[in-house]
Design a protein around this ligand. Sequence first.
Ligand SMILES: NC(=O)c1ccc[n+]([C@@H]2O[C@H](COP(=O)([O-])OP(=O)(O)OC[C@H]3O[C@@H](n4cnc5c(N)ncnc54)[C@H](OP(=O)(O)O)[C@@H]3O)[C@@H](O)[C@H]2O)c1
Length: 224
Amino acid sequence: MTSYRIAVVGGTGPQGKGLAYRFAQAGHTVVLGSRSAERARRTAAEIARRAGDAVPVGGADNATAAASADVVLLAVPYDGHAALVESLRTPLTGKVVLSCVNPLGFDRHGPYGREVADGSAAEEAQRIVPGARLAGAFHHLSATSLWNEAGLLAHEDVLVCGDDAEAKAVAVELARTVTGRAGVDAGALRLARQLEPLTAVLIGVNKRYKVRSGIRVAGLGPGG
Ligand SMILES: NC(=O)c1ccc[n+]([C@@H]2O[C@H](COP(=O)([O-])OP(=O)(O)OC[C@H]3O[C@@H](n4cnc5c(N)ncnc54)[C@H](OP(=O)(O)O)[C@@H]3O)[C@@H](O)[C@H]2O)c1
């Protein structure tokens, strides 16, 4: 397994923290990013306590974290996403950048996928930083499951989309840290337009059935 140094931008939130925990447990070096380096260090200490002190997790401000990493995961809310990505243009250029950002809205009918001028949050990040090597992944995993469940989430798949072969391969590989299996190549980056709002469906199912639902792709063949 290739060992990466992974920055998790927005790593103090539940989704970034949960994925950081899984990456670190699998032996990757993780640096959490935050608008507050102090907050990032506190969350990093929480992950180290949960995963065992040998786990390599640190914390820094978002730009320092991103600059220090080979792979950057964007795990921030869609509101403020464009401004944040703009502020990280230099450290993201040339890097593999993974996005699990879901532009969702909530109204009296429940959750829904918001209109995004670029098509999706992942494409928005790609437009803002053309030199970044984008892939979308990890949109459908529950932060609660990532943090609270002891073992692999073997009943779920990670769907990955992207136009950059290396970025997609990194995301497909990192999916193993969560599910124990390679991620599923779902196609081009523009398919983030379908993957991101699909999370609204899962949140609606969770509410109606009182569960934490996820995605599993059938028919991939043995080991799939
Ligand atoms: N929660 C889930 O179960 C889940 C599941 C799948 C996908 N996602 C997606 O993953 C992303 C993160 O989810 P989350 O629930 O962890 O979100 P969150 O808690 O709302 O935000 C994550 C972190 O982003 C930073 N942040 C908040 N507003 C910001 C802004 N305007 N500019 C820059 N940074 C900001 C905050 O860190 P600092 O204040 O420390 O900077 C915060 O701790 C979202 O796009 C969400 O749709 C979430």
